[in-house]
Design a protein around this ligand. Structure first.
Ligand code: ZN
Length: 239
């Protein structure tokens, strides 16, 4: 019922999901992409992801033939019920419980659940997401156990055998750059640098060594730190 050679990639247009897309394009015969409009503050990523897809098609002919439909799902209700710095105009800060106020409760659970519903309809078995618990902010829905539990729940609840892949789960940001390079060489690194949008702000910003972004928000800080560590051949320093 699900084609084991096919995959649906959660593709937001950022560094992580672009690397996951390349990872899937190297492994599966047919790849589709999905993104969610949840009224995110950085909605520019929804435009930028189309640029990244076009660049991948243009620069990687072998991958292009495997790249199928793209799906954009309207999840505006998530933005309506979420009072977070990703869905409202407020400063990035830590909450009393230690979680960043950029944590959107339920986001990744809903993303994978909606992706599974689309994969059900499309006959796709593999779902791929860029969740990572190594060097990120402690988002509980990025944890390996969360994703594994969700896979069980989806397979029980939909009577399918979906496989949820998170190829970045145990990589730090320097290793993610390294993986992109291994998968697509300097051409893919340049696509990531020039066209992906990781920043939490809704603007591209000037081109820096590590790409575009405000350079100040937590996402930019992590991306910059990872890039510099990769270039220096060192591990990402925490903090
Ligand atoms: Zn930023």
């Amino acid at each position: 019922m699900n084609d084991a050679r096919s995959a649906l990639v959660l593709f937001s247009g950022g560094q992580d999901s672009t690397t996951c897309l390349a990872w899937a394009l190297e492994r599966f015969a047919h790849i589709e992409t999905i993104a969610f409009d949840y009224r995110q503050r950085h909605r520019i990523e929804l435009d930028q992801r189309l640029v990244v897809l076009a660049e991948v098609r243009r620069k990687f002919p072998a991958w292009s033939s495997r790249l199928g439909d793209d799906h954009l799902i309207d999840m505006g209700m998530l933005g309506q019920i979420s009072d977070t710095s990703l869905t409202r105009t407020m400063a990035f800060a830590l909450e009393k419980d230690g979680l960043p106020n950029s944590f959107v409760p339920g986001r990744n659970l809903l993303f994978f659940t909606f992706a599974a519903a689309v994969a059900w309809r499309r006959g796709i078995r593999n779902l791929v997401g860029g969740m990572c618990e190594t060097d990120f902010s402690g988002y509980p829905d990025c944890r390996d156990d969360t994703i594994k539990a969700l896979q069980v729940a989806l397979n029980l609840g939909m009577d399918r055998s979906f496989v949820l892949h998170t190829p970045l789960m145990w990589l730090d940001k320097a290793e993610t750059w390294s993986l992109a390079r291994a998968l697509g060489g300097d051409a893919l690194v340049e696509v990531v640098l020039e066209h992906t949008h990781t920043c939490y702000e809704n603007a591209r910003g000037p081109r820096e060594d590590w790409g575009h972004g405000c350079g100040q928000c937590p996402a930019c800080a992590l991306r910059k730190r990872g890039y510099l560590a990769w270039r220096a051949g060192t591990k990402v320093s925490m903090g």
